[in-house]
Design a protein around this ligand. Sequence first.
Ligand SMILES: NC(=O)c1ccc[n+]([C@@H]2O[C@H](COP(=O)([O-])OP(=O)(O)OC[C@H]3O[C@@H](n4cnc5c(N)ncnc54)[C@H](O)[C@@H]3O)[C@@H](O)[C@H]2O)c1
Length: 248
Amino acid sequence: MAGRLTGRTAVVTGGSAGIGQEIARRLASEGADIAVADINPADETRELVAETGRRFFSDKVDISDEDAIHGFAARVRSEFAAADVLVNNAGVVPMADIDHVTFDEWRRTFAVNVDGAFLTSKAFLPDLKESGSGRIINITSSSYWAPPPPFVSYISAKGALNGFTSVLAANLAAHHITVNGVAASLVRTATAVANTSEFFFEQTVHIQNIKRVQMPADVSGVVAFLASDDAAFITGQIIAADGGSTRR
Ligand SMILES: NC(=O)c1ccc[n+]([C@@H]2O[C@H](COP(=O)([O-])OP(=O)(O)OC[C@H]3O[C@@H](n4cnc5c(N)ncnc54)[C@H](O)[C@@H]3O)[C@@H](O)[C@H]2O)c1
């Protein structure tokens, strides 16, 4: 499928590590130039994109900071053509049930996972409108439909992101922009390993139809499809790429 995204510019938030890094690599391998916004340096992602021969730009940006994300959008615009694809991937995953979650933690979770997607989408809206085939792809979680109790702020935030996906699709269809979400199960990233346990991975595999741990590439392929012309008539959907762990 090499070349499906040739000539496109893709923005990936949280592209320095984990799922976002693999999404950046995959979109580049299909022909897109890549811009990453992350609070951490993206040197490793830069190398992965360089191997594909595509162009790469990154900035240290907190996506919950409105001025910072608008500055980033302006720099991406001057480096590349207008962005065609926006992947709202950056997120934080605090683990606390209702007895232990603090209001500060709740607000921080919403600031990154929800406000960040809102602000980044607003900042790149002029580019996506100009594109003629704009794509917004939000990375969400199938845990929204089968919530493990200790993720109160996280699952609430992903629910808000799902709602944002749905209403944004209705807002932007007239501009030929599609908006979809990809809901992952438990994906083996360094953050997921640090925040959970091998037992949690085993339990998750147990409830999936597909009996193996989900990897970042299981998400990036779906993102590449949604970014491509093959998905031009799909919008407002949350695609469960979760090994069949949830049935809706
Ligand atoms: N790993 C999983 O099991 C899993 C499952 C379902 C959904 N997800 C979602 O996938 C996305 C990526 O998860 P991951 O496991 O790869 O996490 P990760 O921690 O490996 O990567 C997240 C990236 O986002 C960046 N980031 C965090 N806060 C930021 C901010 N304010 N501004 C800019 N960048 C910021 C981090 O520096 C990091 O590079 C998240 O939205 C997460 O909720 C993950």
